[in-house]
Design a protein around this ligand. Structure first.
Ligand SMILES: Nc1nc2c(ncn2[C@@H]2O[C@H](COP(=O)(O)OP(=O)(O)O)[C@@H](O)[C@H]2O)c(=O)[nH]1
Ligand SMILES: [Mg+2]
Length: 199
């Protein structure tokens, strides 16, 4: 399935400045540098729609992208929301608190979010900060909001580690942005979750 439309809408520092809630939103959440922007680009087959960077902690804004997928029979309009990374150690404390507050506010109060995509680094699958984020989403989400857990950078794993990860997290989707693995599976899961359709 292909994205027939994918364009940047706007950046917002907080929920107050966010665009009006209109489309079903897919929010990408995860530690800084985990591969959020890269995954967003993979999902729409664009190289640099969401700015990916090797410098952790650069994205401090909430970025909105208007997306449209098309299958043989249907069109699926969505808003992808690239959220600032959490837990970036090098940011100053006040800046960190400010981001964290904005991020928390947004995630809690944005009713148009249909799916939270929580990204985790496949090489560090048991980090407390990720477990905490998962618990947090589970606590605040409404009945019509789903959590999809994704492990990124699986290209860095050996076969044995990959098998273990699958055993430990049977519901998670394993992706590689460099090798384009798991991308179609994730697209399908998003469409199924938001629109209730198998594509
Ligand atoms: N090997 C590998 N590197 C990745 C993958 N996804 C992202 N990266 C790299 O990880 C770094 C951070 O990616 P980015 O998408 O900017 O992360 P973000 O901060 O979460 O938005 C960049 O250097 C990417 O090229 C992946 O699946 N495999
Ligand atoms: Mg990013």
């Amino acid at each position: 399935m292909k994205a027939v439309k994918a364009f940047f809408v706007t950046s917002a520092p907080s929920i107050k400045e966010a665009p009006p809630e209109s489309l079903s939103e897919v929010a990408f959440l995860g530690r800084s540098n985990v591969g959020k922007s890269s995954l967003l680009n993979s999902l729409v087959e664009r190289k640099n729609l969401a700015k990916s960077s090797a410098t952790p902690g650069k994205t401090r804004l909430i970025n909105f992208f208007d997306i449209e997928y098309k299958s043989d029979e249907d069109i699926f309009p969505l808003m992808f929301v690239d959220l600032p990374g959490f837990g970036y150690a090098k940011a100053s404390k006040s800046l960190k608190n400010e981001w964290q507050k904005n991020l928390t506010q947004f995630v809690k109060n944005r009713a148009s979010i249909r799916v939270y995509i929580l990204l985790r680094d496949a090489r560090h699958p048991k980090l407390k900060i990720d477990e905490d984020a998962k618990e947090f989403i589970k606590t605040i989400r409404k009945p019509d909001q789903k959590l999809i857990e994704v492990f990124t950078k699986v290209d860095k794993l050996k076969q044995k580690e990959l098998s273990k990860l699958k055993r430990d997290f049977p519901d998670a989707i394993l992706v590689s942005n460099t090798k384009k693995r798991g991308i179609e599976e994730l697209k399908k899961e998003i469409i199924k979750t938001v629109f209730g359709k198998e594509v």
